[in-house]
Design a protein around this ligand. Structure first.
Ligand SMILES: C[S@@+](CC[C@H](N)C(=O)[O-])C[C@H]1O[C@@H](n2cnc3c(N)ncnc32)[C@H](O)[C@@H]1O
Length: 251
């Protein structure tokens, strides 16, 4: 039984606010409670997936491709030893493409299990012509398994699934299951940015992230200088909720 929040945007999937059942096949023992596919895609989006995804997808993230979970060679993915950033759950990809265009000197790996979102990102990559992105069309936990220790220079968590019901709070990203491997993958001194419109989500973020080995640097209603508002932020604003931004530093 699900009680999704209705959406005004047919391409965007519902916030997982009340699932009681896993929404997709789990990699190994892990449950994934969000959605992996939504409405039928437009032919153009299907062609982005069939023509562009393979070249952007780092090989060796899934357990099938890399059962021994050998660490990825990030320099091989981006062609040199540039700083690598991580975007967790990029949604439709607007923030990721914007960051790639603003910061051509870095490489950004994004992950998103919702395949319609991946197709939207690929369309935006074509339009923007950015070449410094890699895309894992799946769960960030698969990526955490194979990211080298201390390898990521910055990470973004924009509008994570809110899971407002108390019994679902343990599914939130800001829990040790996610924060411990994030801490391991981030380099000492790396920045971790969190944006949310859910006050209780920010409460849990401010409580849990420091416990996982991060120092709070900044928190409030003012976004980062290079921020671009995402689709979920636009929805929050339309519905009268206020964005809240926090910046942490990995200790
Ligand atoms: C509320 S949406 C926000 C999307 C986008 N960041 C934005 O601001 O518009 C949260 C996204 O996180 C993704 N997500 C949920 N669990 C995830 C996981 N374990 N790994 C990667 N992405 C995940 C969902 O599929 C969804 O697209």
């Amino acid at each position: 039984m699900t009680d999704h929040t209705p959406h005004d945007d047919p391409e965007r999937h519902d916030d997982p606010e009340g699932h009681d059942d896993p929404g997709g096949a789990a990699p190994g023992w892990r449950n994934f409670y969000g959605r992996r596919a939504g409405k039928t895609m437009r032919p153009a989006q299907k062609s982005y997936l069939s023509e562009d995804l393979q070249a952007l997808r780092p090989f060796g993230v899934t357990a099938e491709e890399n059962p021994g979970r050998a660490p990825l060679d990030l320099a091989a993915i981006f062609g040199d030893a540039r700083p690598v950033w991580l975007e967790i759950g990029f949604g439709g990809g607007e923030h990721m493409v914007h960051m790639a265009a603003c910061h051509p000197e870095v490489g950004i790996i994004g992950c998103e299990p919702f395949i319609n979102g991946v197709a939207m990102l690929l369309g935006k990559i074509r339009a923007a012509g950015v070449g410094n992105l890699a895309v894992h069309p799946g769960d960030v936990r698969e990526l955490f398994d194979v990211l080298p220790e201390d390898s990521i220079a910055k990470a973004f968590l924009n509008y994570p699934d809110p899971w407002p019901k108390r019994r679902h709070h343990r599914r939130r990203f800001v829990t040790p299951d996610y924060l411990v491997p994030l801490h391991r993958a981030l380099a000492p001194g790396a920045e971790f940015r969190v944006a949310t419109d859910i006050p209780d989500y920010m409460r849990q973020t401010l409580e849990e992230v420091p416990k996982a080995g991060f120092a709070l640097e900044d928190h409030g209603p003012t976004p980062w200088e290079d921020w671009i508002s995402t689709r979920y932020e636009q929805k929050a604003l339309r519905e009268g909720r206020r964005p809240d931004y926090a910046t942490f530093r990995r200790l």
